[in-house]
Ligand binder design. Structure first.
Ligand code: SF4
Ligand code: SF4
Length: 274
């Protein structure tokens, strides 16, 4: 495997222009999302899905803050965050795929091959982030590939290339983690104690994400699970239990069978008399 590559999405400099969404759609030739108008938000795509592999979430809030002159006033606050597949170190989507359509690339990312996916959908509930999705009218599962084709050609993913503020940074994961720590320190020094990293730690429930984030509030505010856990974590012990249970059932059946077989032989020897 070559060096593990990843995304660092610094939401503190995102301006919500959605260039990343558009670049992703254009490069990957993704279909439209149905031209629905949300009406509750300026966001027009709503969420990640089979045809939206980068989604810029708009968190539109009205908060009461103390303004100069000591008056409490409501202000509008927008948090923006370009969400994407996390390319987990322990990827449950990959664990449950029965056809091998999902695989780990030489860059350490997780990719689904559309010509092998049979549309069973096992990967959809397995993902702790609700990322992977089946496409209506097609049935197969689709998600971000971190532009596998571009990476193989020595190019950065389309979203990172298009981002005008460098909110999306692409590169070797270890280097990105260092860059993220520096940025976090700077924000804290600038009086933003609420800034935090999300998904960067190899000790978290998915073994760390290949796509991690700098957030300006709790993960839940952005619709992210605060403590994600790989959903296949308990599978090895479940298989052990299932194996042990199957062996005991087989043992009981064997004992019962040998008992009735012995009884049958004895009956036969007695000329069928009871
Ligand atoms: S975020 Fe979901 S779809 Fe992406 S690698 Fe992790 S488990 Fe798979
Ligand atoms: S292109 Fe960059 S600045 Fe624009 S929405 Fe995407 S992440 Fe934010």
């Amino acid at each position: 495997m070559t060096e593990r590559m990843g995304f660092f999405t610094d939401t503190s400099v995102c301006i919500g222009c959605k260039a990343c969404e558009v670049a992703c759609k254009e490069w990957n030739q993704l279909p439209d999302d149905g031209f629905v108008f949300e009406a509750t938000s300026y966001d027009n795509t709503g969420q990640l899905g089979a045809s939206t592999w980068r989604h810029v979430a708009f968190i539109e809030q009205t908060r009461t803050v103390r303004m100069k002159g000591d008056e409490d006033a409501g202000v509008d606050r927008w948090l923006m965050s370009s969400d994407v597949c996390k390319h987990c170190t322990h990827a449950a989507c990959l664990d449950v795929c029965p056809t091998g359509a999902l695989f780990r690339t030489e860059f350490g990312t997780v990719v689904v091959q559309e010509d092998i996916c049979n549309g069973c959908g096992y990967c959809v509930p397995a993902c702790p982030f609700g990322v992977i999705d089946r496409r209506e009218g097609d049935g197969r599962a689709w998600k971000c590939t971190m532009c596998y084709d571009r990476q193989r050609g020595g190019l950065e993913p389309a979203c990172a290339k298009a981002c005008p503020t460098d909110s999306i940074q692409f590169g070797p994961l270890d280097e990105l983690r260092e860059r993220a720590e520096d940025r976090l320190e700077r924000l804290h020094a600038d009086g933003r104690p609420e800034a935090r990293l999300y998904g960067e730690s190899p000790d978290d429930g998915v073994g760390g994400a290949g796509a991690f984030f700098l957030l300006l509030d709790e993960p839940e505010v952005y619709g992210l699970p605060p403590d994600p856990v790989v959903t296949t974590r308990d599978l090895p012990s479940m298989w052990r239990w299932a194996g042990a249970a199957a062996l005991s059932v087989a043992g009981v059946v064997a004992v019962a069978f040998s008992g009735s077989f012995a009884g049958g032989i004895a009956g036969f020897r007695n000329g069928g008399r009871r």
